[in-house]
Design a protein around this ligand. Sequence first.
Ligand code: RRO
Length: 279
Amino acid sequence: MVDIAGIKMKNPVMAASGTFGFGEEYAELYDLNKLGAIVTKSVTLKPRSGNPPPRICETPSGMLNSIGLQNDGLEAFITKHLPFLSKYSTPIIVNVAGETMEEYAEVVKALSKESKVAGIELNISCPNVKKGGMAFGVDPQLTEEIVKKVRPLAGKPLIVKLSPNVTDITVIAKAAVNAGADALSLINTVLGMAIDIKTKKPKLATITGGLSGPAIKPIAVRMVWQVAQVVNVPIIGIGGIMTADDVQEFLLAGASAVQVGTGNLVDADCALRIIENLP
Ligand code: RRO
């Protein structure tokens, strides 16, 4: 049993936000009850259609994405996705995003009333939107302000998901914890870019995107280790985890649990295989 700020999990392996949708597709492939927890795709107040394509491309040992927060909004989450996920005993953690602090607050407030939501992951680190998202997570003052605003509204464990696109992640981590974060998850994707030399055009329509996968694992391990030196809340490690050995590496760096993201897109049952291989 693993306990992250009161969220009780059968094992330390969660499905990472944005790589697992709302679980519906993966449920056809394996039993979602095997997972430690499921973190949903980001939920915003209103539906969003996301960025124009192409919005994904492969890179050495990883991939770039620029989805742009596509999701069908809070109401569809509560009436459609949550009832589906509630059939499972696996804790459901809802990743929340928005363009303004008020939008985050409204979504968090609505979710606080849902007993089947085990916790909230506050996404202040999306690199692919012009407003909100990462803008909050790269500034310690804004981080503190947004966490302070939503903390009293959440009524359940609040995990703050940090961006690696900063000079010193420990400053942001401390700001989030001082403002009331119960746990931290890190890292979101690393801002990157790729150009097709034949067309001379960027491979993503938005030009830049978020890099994920094994390419970023050493950055993530370093940041988990740095943050573990300065905070006293549980850390959830994210970044290129593909094997049970990778999980152990993050636990040694100071994480108490992990999330599997890009691995799910390489092997749909990657998280399941990792859980089966844990010592
Ligand atoms: O939707 C996205 O483009 C996205 C989000 Br919200 C995020 O947090 N991280 C990411 O790499 N992509």
